[in-house]
Design a protein around this ligand. Structure first.
Ligand code: SAH
Ligand code: AVI
Length: 304
């Protein structure tokens, strides 16, 4: 769907929403990179610790010489241990933030001269026609960072089903997901003291302005994040600080003071929910690894 129509439709819902894909232009990608270094945002460090502790095991489970496909590759830094240890023939980073992707992929290609790097600037929720152009071979989809958790549960299932087809019976999905835990730790991770997550959240309105010609005033919106422990998800929102009139695609929308726009769900997982997701796609969790505090899980899913 055309982005202007999509934005108008989701903002007109009973609970106005914007898709988290609008977080990511180059500025949004930089802000996300800053988030990953925050003391409160343990996810990236916990996942890195899993690689530090278990790389031999992970590499053995994956085998060598594969094609690694990474949806939502960001700065392409998480794949490094895999590139070093499993020596794949090709690496295919896919990301919606094109300029940030080109720069990250170019650095990766320079650093690994024997690796074929094909960067794909695309929305990974759309059809993966680009697969026709990538080299043939056994495929590993590397999907770290708990980006799967930004989909709602039925979309998570659809996405894993699609990835199951991409990897076939020979390959696998190496999936990194954040685990359910106490609300305070989670809320801190999404509402840091330095206000970087707030800036990341508000930047979404600047991205929507750039992509649809809308005229949101980002500074008139306040960041809010709460853990909904029943739904096992962080709900990130923007709250209007005054009455706002916004024009998008020739339509005028009025948001009274206190109006909430839901910008992100970040679902948290349990071992059982990871296994259920795999099973719904006809896959099995053949291996899994945790960090020392059991905050984060890296799982290898293979077709049963
Ligand atoms: N994998 C990295 C980055 C995670 S941030 C890490 O774990 O640190 C999520 C990434 O997914 C961003 O780089 C963002 O641009 C990308 N992304 C989000 N929605 C997307 C979509 N619909 N299609 C393609 N990329 C998307
Ligand atoms: C990319 N994604 C997994 C992040 C998350 O934790 O849900 C995005 C993010 N939102 C706020 N902080 C980080």
């Amino acid at each position: 769907m055309d982005e202007t129509l999509e934005v108008l439709a989701s903002l007109s819902e009973e609970l106005p929403r914007l898709s988290p894909k609008y977080f990511y232009d180059s500025r949004g990608s930089e802000l996300f990179e800053e988030i990953t270094a925050l003391p409160e945002y343990y996810l990236t460090r916990s996942e890195a610790e899993i690689f530090d502790r278990h790389l031999d095991d992970i590499a053995q489970a994956l085998g060598s010489g594969d094609i690694i496909i990474e949806p939502g590759s960001g700065n392409c830094s998480k794949v490094r241990p895999l590139l070093q240890r499993t020596a794949p023939s090709a690496y295919i980073p896919i990301d919606i933030a094109g300029d940030f992707l080109w720069a990250a992929a170019a650095n990766t290609a320079l650093e690994y001269p024997n690796l074929g790097v094909t960067a794909i600037a695309a929305d990974f929720t759309q059809s993966w026609t680009f697969l026709e152009e990538i080299p043939k071979g056994r495929r590993i989809v590397f999907y770290p960072g708990s980006t799967l958790g930004n989909f709602d549960p039925s979309a998570q299932q659809d996405f894993i089903r699609q990835l199951a087809q991409v990897v076939g019976t020979q390959g696998g999905i190496l999936l990194g997901v954040d685990l359910h835990k106490d609300s305070a730790t989670l809320q801190r991770a999404y509402d840091d003291a330095a206000g970087v997550t707030a800036a990341f959240n508000r930047n979404m309105l600047a991205v929507v302005n750039a992509r649809t010609g809308a005229n949101f005033e980002p500074k008139e919106w306040r960041h809010q994040a709460r853990y909904n422990s029943e739904m096992r998800r962080i709900e990130m929102e923007l709250v209007a600080q005054s009455t706002q009139t916004v024009t998008i695609g020739g339509q005028t929308l009025k948001f009274s003071e206190g109006t909430i726009i839901r910008t992100e769900h970040s679902h948290k997982f349990t071992m059982a929910s990871i296994q259920d997701l795999a099973a719904a796609a006809g896959m099995t969790v053949t291996h899994h690894w945790l960090d020392s505090s059991a905050r984060f899980c890296l799982a290898l899913l293979q077709n049963a």
